[in-house]
Design a protein around this ligand. Sequence first.
Ligand code: SAM
Length: 173
Amino acid sequence: MPDITVLRLGHRPERDKRITTHVALTARAFGANRVVVSTKDPGLEESVRDVVKRFGGDFTISTGINWRRYLQEYPGMVVHLTMYGLPVDEVAPQVRDGEVLVVVGAEKVPPEVYQRADLNVAVGNQPHSEVAALAILLDRIFQGRALYKEFPGGRMRVLPCERGKNVVELSEQ
Ligand code: SAM
């Protein structure tokens, strides 16, 4: 199984808080191990850690990362999500086990990211959202299995039910 880090570029705390939170939660729910965000944002860190605490797993978040250095020194495969890339269904099978960095942008992504990427991957060639692109890529990489991943250690467990909400809250030890 690949160990996946999502690198979120260009996060603007005042404008992008909600969507970057969604990038992080989607990364976690669809099987990634961590998210790193270029801009420092303690509020974003807090809200993602709060979900991890309540719902479990060992997903981590770091913000204020020097993304140029991170990208240059990254030891594994770099996969950049861009509408200009190659079709996801063609290239997702090339994603190997081991360390994988998935890069998503917010506004214009610098050309060096396209150059450094081992794979520039498009989820269709229409502009849409980093959240949608990330979900589809991770789902293709894990071939649907990530949705059934266990998240040990959380206080809350959602039990599927036909109607309404069935949530079990475990008492703290
Ligand atoms: N206009 C920006 C550019 O040209 O780089 C992209 C802005 S878009 C709202 C934000 C991010 O969503 C992109 O950086 C990319 O990671 C992702 N994205 C949007 N559409 C995509 C697509 N069709 N395939 C893959 N990724 C996509």
